[in-house]
Structures are given as C-alpha cells and as structure tokens.
Design a protein around this ligand. Structure first.
Ligand SMILES: Cc1cc2nc3c(=O)[nH]c(=O)nc-3n(C[C@H](O)[C@H](O)[C@H](O)COP(=O)(O)OP(=O)(O)OC[C@H]3O[C@@H](n4cnc5c(N)ncnc54)[C@H](O)[C@@H]3O)c2cc1C
Length: 365
C-alpha cells in the first residue's frame, strides 16, 4: 500500500522547506518533492541578505517585525543543530549615492516607527568614518540587525533537521501526479508511489510550467552574483546594500550580487551579467574593485508579482490544490512568517491577508 501524507509539497526552496517546518510542528505528515534537489532554484543563492530597509529609500518592509522574528528564529534553531555556519549577524550599510536619496532615507528612518536599535541614520561624515572607502552622497543608513545568509547551506541543514521531525523527501527523481478519488497520487520514475490529501506548489518561478498555474502573474526575474577575492585583507565585515549588494565571506573573499534582468533568453551565468555587476560594484567601492578578481559566478531566477507580494491560496478550480510562490527579492525575510500564515490557512482555515491571497488576482477557473 502506498504511504499516505496529509500534505505533499512540491519544491524544496525557501517556501517549501519553511512550510514543511510549520506543518511538521503541527504533527501533520509531510512529503517534499524536488526533482532538482534541495535549493535547486533561486534559493540556491550562496548569499542572501536579510534587510528590512528595502527599495531605493530604505523603506520599512511589510510586517517587518514579524518577518524578522520568524526568520531569525528559524536560522537560530537550525544553526543550533548544525556544525556548519551558514549565517552572520553582519549588519547592513546602505549608503545613499545621491543627496536626494539620502534625504528620503533619513525621512524614512525618522518617521517609520522602527523598533529600537534596528536602524540608524548616518550623515556623510559618520558614514565615511564607519566605512572610509565607500562612495556616498549625503549619508545613509546602518542596520546592525541585518544578516547575511548562505541560503543553499541553510536549506540543506534545515532539511536534515526536518527529517528528524518526520519529513519524507523525494529528491532528484522525476515524477508524475494525478488526482483520483480525492487523493493526489504521485508516482516516481523508480516506481515508488505515494498518496497525499493536499498538494502544495512551492515551485517559485517554475510554477508557470504547470498547467494548473500557467495563468498566474508570476514574472521571472534573473539575477546573478559573483564571488571575488581581494589582493589584501578586507577592511570591513558588514554587508553593503547599494546598486545590489556586497558582502564579505571571510577576510579576503566577498560576494557581489543583484537581481535585475526582467527579459532574458539564457538562464545561466554570462559575461554581460558579470560586467553589469562589476560596473555597479565599481560605483560603490572603486578601490576594492581595482584590487580584486572574480573566482566564481552564480545565476538564479526568482518570481515577482504585480504588487511584489507572494501569492498564497487555493486553486480556483481544483480541490486540495494550493500555491505558495512569488517570494520576490525578499524570500529570506518573508519565508518564516508567511509560512506560518500559510500553515494557519491550511490547518485552521484562517483568512490570508488580502495582499497575499490568490483571490486578489480574480483568476477564472
Ligand atoms: C541572484 C539572486 C539574489 C537574491 N538575493 C536575495 C537576498 O539577498 N535576500 C532575499 O531575501 N532574497 C534574495 N533573492 C530571492 C530569493 O532567492 C527568492 O525569493 C527565494 O529563493 C524564492 O524561494 P522559492 O522557494 O519561492 O523558489 P525557489 O527557490 O526557486 O524554489 C522552487 C523549487 O521548485 C523546484 N522545482 C522546479 N520544478 C519542480 C517540479 N516539477 N516539481 C517539484 N519541484 C520543482 C526547484 O528545483 C526549486 O528548488 C535572490 C534571488 C536571486 C536569484
């Protein structure tokens, strides 16, 4: 007899693994399927920032306190059971590159009701003495609570933790599924066969490949990052967010990265992407740019939505079929809290916030 699960999650990225965690905590039985393995999509990024001061003007992000609390809880919980270090409380510095931007940033720091110790305005002189080599115009903000995370490693360690809680996974296997007699029946290439009461697509930008979700307004955005090595020891250990991000990995190696290509034919790394990243890096830290060389490149595709908020909820025409996708550029920050909301929706039939609910899209069956 095939094993029967309460929930079958498709996709082992930030959305799928964080949701599996929430469901397992509620004693639900969960299986997780990913033909590409853990973090085979956008979540494979070797470096992601948790930075609640977002956009050009360092605007406080959606439900920042709840999101920050949920992701830091998950990071710490998994870190305690893992010998591999995968995140750093590095802080994030956001220099303004134009004085008009600096003014708007300052206003946001002063007016947006930030929790104590989260954010600090620095005028030009303060910022320059904090990080002398950096280009800035009019000052910027410092977020001591900002984190840098090796996302792929975090998720690999998270998955091991969840296996201990009872997660059953099926990785690197192709499969097919069908809805029969109110069950989802999943058959793998190796002829293993499981059933699930509910099927949840946590398939990021790949969701569009399924006929079930082809009409969703999920827009793929490509990003690239590069690992560089400096000729001499780095003078900073924090992350810098300006025209993308720059984060130290150790005393010589650092990452530069950005997601920016809304139209692309090729999904992998390329020279054009590298030149774009280097050009922006040069505008922020010109001296370091002159004294470092590229040692590795990575590319990934994240899914964006019209209101830049994830899409959660039930398929408009299929029973027991759900989606949790569109984490956009804030996948790390959102993953923990939004998984809790999705879990409450699935288990307790709680309402989803309207800005996240798939119903906002008024999809036709
Ligand atoms: C270059 C770059 C830099 C980024 N930097 C940051 C950052 O600094 N901070 C931040 O918060 N966010 C950042 N992001 C965004 C973040 O990575 C995404 O929001 C997040 O990873 C999306 O997670 P997800 O689980 O929704 O999708 P994904 O990680 O794409 O996961 C989808 C999963 O579905 C799997 N899949 C595909 N087909 C199937 C199938 N048929 N069946 C089952 N599974 C399938 C894939 O293998 C994949 O593992 C960045 C993204 C990129 C590309």
């Amino acid at each position: 007899m095939p094993e029967i699960f309460d929930y079958c999650i498709l996709g082992a990225g930030l959305a799928g693994i964080s949701l599996a965690n929430e469901l397992l905590i509620e004693n639900a039985s969960v299986c997780l399927i990913d033909p590409n393995g853990i973090a085979g999509g956008a979540s494979g990024t070797p470096l992601g920032l948790i930075n609640p001061a977002t956009g050009r003007y360092a605007t406080k992000s959606w439900q920042a306190e709840k999101c920050y609390s949920a992701i830091t809880h998950n990071l710490q919980k998994v870190q305690e059971s893992s010998p591999v270090l995968f995140f750093k409380e590095s802080g994030v510095l956001r220099p303004a590159l134009e004085s008009k931007i600096a003014e708007r940033m300052k206003e946001n720091v002063l007016t947006q009701n930030w929790p104590e110790h989260w954010i600090q305005w620095m005028d030009q002189q303060e910022l320059k003495s904090f990080h002398p080599e950096i280009n800035c115009e009019g000052g910027g903000v410092w977020l001591p609570i900002g984190l840098s995370v090796d996302v792929g490693t975090y998720l690999k360690e998270f998955e091991k933790y969840l296996v201990e809680l009872g997660l059953k996974n099926f990785f690197n296997l192709s499969y097919s599924f069908v809805n029969r007699d109110n069950f989802w029946e999943i058959e793998f290439k190796n002829h293993q066969h499981v059933k699930a009461n509910n099927l949840i697509f946590c398939t990021g930008s790949y969701s569009l490949e399924f006929k079930h979700w082809g009409k969703l307004p999920l827009y793929p955005v490509k990003g690239q990052l590069a690992v560089l090595e400096s000729n001499s020891p780095l003078s900073f250990s924090h992350s810098v967010s300006a025209l993308g991000y720059i984060t130290s990995l150790d005393n010589k190696r650092f990452v530069i990265g950005s997601t920016y290509e809304h139209s692309f034919d090729y999904e992998g790394i390329d020279q054009q992407g590298l030149e774009y990243l280097l050009g922006r890096f040069n505008k922020v830290l010109p001296e370091l740019f002159e004294n470092s060389k590229v040692i590795h490149q990575w590319a990934g595709i994240r899914a964006s939505t019209p209101n830049r908020m994830p899409i959660l909820g039930k398929h408009p025409g299929l029973a027991n079929c759900f989606i949790f996708a569109g984490l956009g550029s804030k996948g790390l920050l959102y993953s923990g809290y939004i998984s809790k909301l999705m879990k409450d929706y699935l288990i307790n039939s709680s309402e989803l916030p309207p800005e996240l609910d798939i119903k906002r899209l008024k999809l036709l069956v």
